[in-house]
Design a protein around this ligand. Sequence first.
Ligand code: FES
Length: 614
Amino acid sequence: MRGDNNRPDLFEVDLEPIGRRVNLPIMATLLQAAQNAGVELSSICGGMGTCGACKVRLVKGELTPLTADEIAELSESEIQSGMRLACQAKILGSVLIDIPPESLTTPQRLQVEGREVRIDLDPVVIPVSIKLDPPSLNDLRSDLTRLLDYTSANLHRKLSVNYPVLESLSDCMRRNHWEVTLAIRDDSIVAVLPKDSELLGLAVDVGTTKLAAYLVDLKTGETLAKTGAMNPQIAFGEDVISRISYAMDNADGRKILQQKLIETLNDLLQQLTHEVGASCDQVVEAVIVGNTAMHHLLAGLSVSQLGSAPYVPAVSDAMNLPAKEIGLRVSPGSMIFLPPNIAGYVGADHVSMLIGAEAAQAKQNVQTIVSLDIGTNTEISLYHWGRHLSCSCASGPAFEGAHIRDGMRAAPGAIERVTMDGGTVHFQTIGGLPAVGICGSGILDAVAGLRTIQVIDERGVFKVDHPKINRNDGRPEFILVDASHSGSGQKIAVNRRDINEIQLAKGAIRAGLEVLLSEVGITDSDIDEFIIAGAFGTYLNLESAISIGMFPDIPRERYHQVGNAAGLGAKGMLISSRLRAKASEISKDVEYVELTTHPGFTEAYMTALAFRSD
Ligand code: FES
């Protein structure tokens, strides 16, 4: 598979799953290939072969043999799976390379987040084109009767018309000369649109921190546009508990939180439809997923019962909500599908994630699947030979960069990757800008690095005199970037409290996992597949998470960082009745494990606090 015929000395490098191809001469490095193709591969050490950030996997073709640096940086199992360092491996012919998401810098990882997976269409809303005879002195039937007589005679269905559609029916029919497209959902007409209109759907993942919205063609299932925004409710509290308190403690608090969210969803809808030159009226169905509190606040349900034991949801079954009722400006007669919740702290977003990641059923040679979505609350699910358990652990906001002294959200200038090579600190910032703070994946790497070079002990206590250790008010801190090199003119350092935040977060996650494994009587090595979903899960460095004991030390090929699987699940449920039924099945099958009262949790948590890989 040589390059073009005029340049027989060039070979094709196919970079997947991004799908870019470039032609390069023999002995060019894979890093050069990525750079030529405009793929932003991480290269923290600048191609010296010492940071391990540029890992890629050879799928097909021939490369130069492993270098000493690659042997030092890659684990045995990585080498066996074909992993290489892009800055070291040189092409000897045409090659096909797979780039894992964690090897990309942030802007590109966001693209991966929205990657497409084929879902079989099993439409919930279908378009039907009709042409009616207009009324005359000989035919005085009402517009509604005329429409329903037609559908009953030609479609052989007894349909009803949603009230908001009825409001505009007469005008719409006349404006379109009695030739229109109906959007039919079950036995209801939810929209009447101009002839040959494309029907669109809106899928939204409402996170406590961020929103992700997708505009989908309901006929093909294709994602036409996607966008994101911060959850505007952040102004009323960073986490779920503080939002519940706001809703309880303020008159109209619940209403205000609902309105803020709907306003932003309407902005996102505008942006998305504008981007593809469509109108909001063409959006005839929505699927919105979120944790139980976000679900309730969107639907205008009470959240006070989520704030105290036994933390039960107001509603756990799937709901169909008239869009107009809550002010979402899609087509006025359309419905919003809200998938079922499992428990007060395991919501519809978790169900959607299980659907998006296909983590709720056995596959060939895969009988035990762990899947988790890391956030302020981390939901963990364990599928084992037909049994399905889930729990929620309070992992706190440290991985969002909160409660970390120099922490920040994953935004330009945030340190997102750190490696430590003895006394030298290498780091990479989002957008390659001067460092102004550190985000979740960066602090995770930094703590793992401090443990690796033995600057902190198993308990997280600073234990050695190191040239980078500074005393701040007598307390030790490790300087990552000194003031003269940072973008803010302030040093960026990690202190004992930062380490403690990571310790608490990783302790909660690991203890939750241990409890689930013990419930079915298995251990780490029995896990066939370990799925990490969500934005932070895509960015985190797996080796750092394993080295501090947050994740088990199992063969790396069992790990899958799948991006926003909750968003993918929501998109799937937009176009598939089968997946909606599956969501209800999952919510009924899952056994919810309450950690706060579980007899094994405290001990598992105390053990999991130590920085130790197993
Ligand atoms: S860029 Fe390849 S190891 Fe650092």
